[in-house]
Ligand binder design. Structure first.
Ligand code: KIV
Length: 342
């Protein structure tokens, strides 16, 4: 049986050293923001903006294309916090997230400079072989959160609240978010929805739990969306999404994932919010990006959504290795003397 657990198919049915960080000057740096506290980027296009003097301001200056070269250092001796992410955004630096569901990939991604990892409910598909995100449970996610936390030293680990764990209200949301932090060791949680989940967000934030919102394509609503291949927020629906994003920010989220929305809407929301937007299929104007790691690395098969860029072809690499191994065992060439104890 070939299990195709592709995010896209589901859509259709050392740390340690100072980093050189590439970032595109944030549109937020050029606009007024509702909170009134958006920092202007220094060093962009030679301008010295009117930002505040918090640490880590870009020292590097811009190049001809408006790309920031920052020498700001991300922490090496402690976990990245939501404040670090906000400060990076305030500096106009772009940062990245990936999903991760196990200790080994988590360590690899952290070493590669991915600042935050999401133990997403996409694990239902990527790890457990389900057709959508709905079946994964708190217990299953907590086991994966524990592994990702064990595998990392500095990355911020965000744990998804799965379908059914928060929809009934603030109390359920709080109980399950507390489990993610207490049992899993997560540093933040994510939930889907806009104005309708504001009471849940307020309860969690009030209890000291950092919350990431998720708008646009919200896969836990697959059954009302009638499939999850659609771009969300086209036309007037964009105003609704923007209102949701503002409501989430007012409720205290530290970031908002925008999934499968037009790039122009990604820009509008990113300009309107002070907190970082984390895009997945939301265009180039978001403050950060996230991808499902198996899609990013080319491990998943089949048609991928337009926004996915495959940075490797791990599926072919892994298949070739497994094929050679099977052939060598069948041909009695493995194990050879070099791989046997005398
Ligand atoms: O669960 C997940 O992996 C997600 C990302 C697609 C953002 O929510």
């Amino acid at each position: 049986m070939m299990i195709v657990t592709c995010h896209s198919l589901w859509w259709s049915p050392k740390p340690g050293e100072p980093d050189v960080i590439m970032g595109v000057a944030n549109d937020k740096s050029r606009i007024g923001n509702p909170a009134g506290s958006r920092t202007r980027c220094r060093g962009f296009s030679g301008s010295e903006g009117a930002g505040d003097d918090r640490g880590g301001v870009n020292q590097g200056g811009g190049d001809q294309r408006g790309i920031l070269m920052s020498t700001a250092t991300w922490p090496d001796d402690r976990r990245i916090t939501i404040r670090d992410l906000q400060e990076a955004t305030d500096r106009g630096e772009r940062w990245s997230m990936l999903t991760s569901y196990d200790a080994i990939t988590a360590a690899v991604f952290e070493e590669a400079g991915v600042r935050a990892l999401l133990v997403g409910d996409t694990s239902a598909q990527m790890v457990l072989g389900h057709p959508d995100t709905l079946p994964v449970t708190m217990d299953q996610l907590i086991t994966m959160v524990q592994a990702v936390v064990r595998g990392t030293r500095t990355a911020l680990v965000v744990a998804d609240l799965p379908f059914g764990s928060y929809q009934s209200g603030p109390q359920a949301a709080l109980a399950n978010a507390v489990r993610h932090l207490k049992e899993g060791g997560a540093h933040a949680v994510k939930l889907e929805g806009g104005r309708r989940v504001v009471p849940q967000v307020q309860a969690l934030v009030g209890a000291g739990i950092p919350v990431m919102g998720h708008l646009g394509l919200t896969p836990q609503s697959v059954n009302v969306l009638g499939g999850v291949r659609r771009v969300q927020g086209r036309g007037e629906a964009g105003d609704e999404l923007l209102a949701d994003a503002r409501a989430l920010e007012r409720a205290g989220v530290f970031a908002v994932v925008l999934e499968s929305v037009p790039a122009e809407l990604g820009r509008r929301v990113s300009e309107a919010l002070r907190v970082p937007t984390v895009g997945i299929g939301a265009g180039p104007y978001c403050d950060a990006q996230i991808l499902v790691w198996q899609d990013m690395a080319g491990l998943t098969a089949g048609r991928l959504p337009r926004f996915v860029k495959r940075y490797a072809n791990l599926r072919d690499v892994l298949a070739a290795a497994a094929r050679r191994y099977a052939e060598e065992v069948a041909g009695q060439r493995y194990p050879d003397p070099d791989h046997s104890y005398a």
